[in-house]
Design a protein around this ligand. Structure first.
Ligand code: AMP
Length: 220
């Protein structure tokens, strides 16, 4: 299975994608997470990406395409992968199809998750992340057991991502609307899109996602 999770920041791509990848036995490839690690380690990629990320803007397409080209070749992705945060532009989507085609592969499905903007802002403002396992919590709706530490790493204090500050959130949502939302139409036209509401309980959204994927037998 090779699945793209499409949707605005805060819609739950990471949370749902992590679960889906485990269940389907593939890798969760989160380009934002790869970039944040590169920034933390001050690698050349991190140095190049940091400025754009801090401003809520996109990292150039060629950088991202190169990154995904490499990452999708790693052993854990051999059985398939769930892409969270890529593609984010039409050129990235075209490049993804091309690089898969070179390998005799195709995307199985593109899942579009959607939620109202104010809900996204609310969720992102309250989002907390475990710096070790990257599990996401929500300080208001879905806190960790003690509200401070990760449930799976009791010694680790949850952090608020630097780009989850309100002004940057608004910028990221604008960037999504102008640069990424056109992908919904792009994939719909290609007949590849599966649309799932991203509102409600995590379990409900996951059940809807699975049902939508199974409906077309596309997740296998
Ligand atoms: P995310 O964790 O997916 O919200 O991504 C965090 C940030 O990483 C974004 O705001 C962008 O600056 C950058 N980024 C992640 N994925 C991409 C991508 N596919 N194309 C360009 N920039 C990206």
């Amino acid at each position: 299975m090779r699945i793209v999770l499409l949707g605005p920041p805060g819609v739950g791509k990471g949370t749902q994608g992590r679960r889906l990848a485990v269940e389907l036995g593939g890798a969760l490839i989160s380009t934002g997470e790869i970039l944040r690690e590169a920034v933390a380690r001050r690698t050349p990629l991190g140095v190049e990406a940091q400025r754009q990320m801090e401003r809520g803007l996109l990292v150039p397409d060629d950088v991202m395409i190169g990154l995904v080209r490499e990452r999708t070749l790693e052993p854990d992705a051999r059985n398939g992968f769930v892409l969270d945060g890529f593609p984010r532009t039409v050129p990235q989507a075209v490049a993804l199809d091309e690089l898969l085609e070179e390998r005799g592969l195709k995307l199985c499905a593109v899942v579009s998750l959607a939620a109202p903007v104010e809900e996204l802002v609310r969720r992102l403002s309250a989002r907390r992340e475990c710096p070790v396992c990257k599990r996401a919590y929500n300080a208001v709706g879905a806190p960790s057991r003690d509200g401070v530490h990760c449930d799976d790493h009791p010694g680790t204090v949850l952090v608020h991502r630097a780009d989850d500050a309100e002004e940057t959130i608004r910028r990221r949502l604008e960037v999504y609307a102008t640069q990424t939302a056109p992908l919904v139409g792009h994939y719909r036209k290609l007949g590849r899109l599966v649309e799932v509401p991203g509102v409600g309980e995590m379990e409900t959204v996951y059940a809807a996602l699975k049902q939508a994927l199974n409906g077309g037998s596309r997740a296998r």
